[in-house]
Design a binder for this molecule. Structure first.
Ligand code: HEC
Length: 144
């Protein structure tokens, strides 16, 4: 009995593992699972600066007294969609200090210690899902 059951358990486990092991490697606004996970992670990690509505902080183009910029919007009114996926990924993982020129004083923290690569792609999938189809198409051109 047990001998017969074992292979079945092995097969079931393998199938379950491959389903969870489907790691994201890009921002995909059409992947509803990624977008749902990203929405939750965005609320927990990004909304305090970039806004729950993705509108960013007030006067986001004006440098503050401490030399840093406010957080920009992540919707069409910002410039997130002017950058390709790889840059958005690096900016989120390493923070501004890891990507921007050395003389630029960044206030964007890196999330590499808190979010896995899969989770970062999920957040970016959510952000992308909030862009107009026109902005999505323009940005897709940059990824080629
Ligand atoms: C403590 C405030 C803060 C938090 C939290 C934060 N950001 Fe930022 N972010 C900024 C600021 C300020 C900038 C503007 C550029 C700079 O200072 O480096 C920025 C810039 C960016 C940029 C580059 C500019 C652009 O629009 O393309 C990306 C991408 C980005 N943030 C993504 C995220 C994501 C994703 C999260 C959540 C996982 C997040 N940020 C959380 C403050 C924050």
């Amino acid at each position: 009995m047990n001998v017969l059951r074992l292979p079945l358990i092995a097969i079931t486990t393998a199938v379950a593992l491959s389903a969870c092991g489907d790691n994201l490697d890009r921002a995909d606004a059409g992947n509803s699972e990624a977008v749902a996970l990203g929405e939750k992670l965005y609320a927990e990690n990004c909304a305090e600066c970039h806004g729950a509505d993705l509108k960013g902080q007030p006067n986001w183009r004006e440098t503050k007294a401490d030399g840093t910029l406010p957080a920009p919007p992540h919707d069409d009114s910002g410039h997130t969609w002017h950058h390709d996926d790889q840059l958005l990924f690096k900016y989120t993982k390493l923070g501004g200090a890891g990507v921007a020129p050395p003389n630029f004083k960044s206030a964007m923290p890196g999330f590499g210690a808190n979010l896995s690569d899969h989770e970062i792609w999920a957040v970016l999938s959510y952000i992308k899902s909030r862009w107009s189809l026109q902005a999505q198409a323009r940005q897709a051109g940059l990824n080629k």
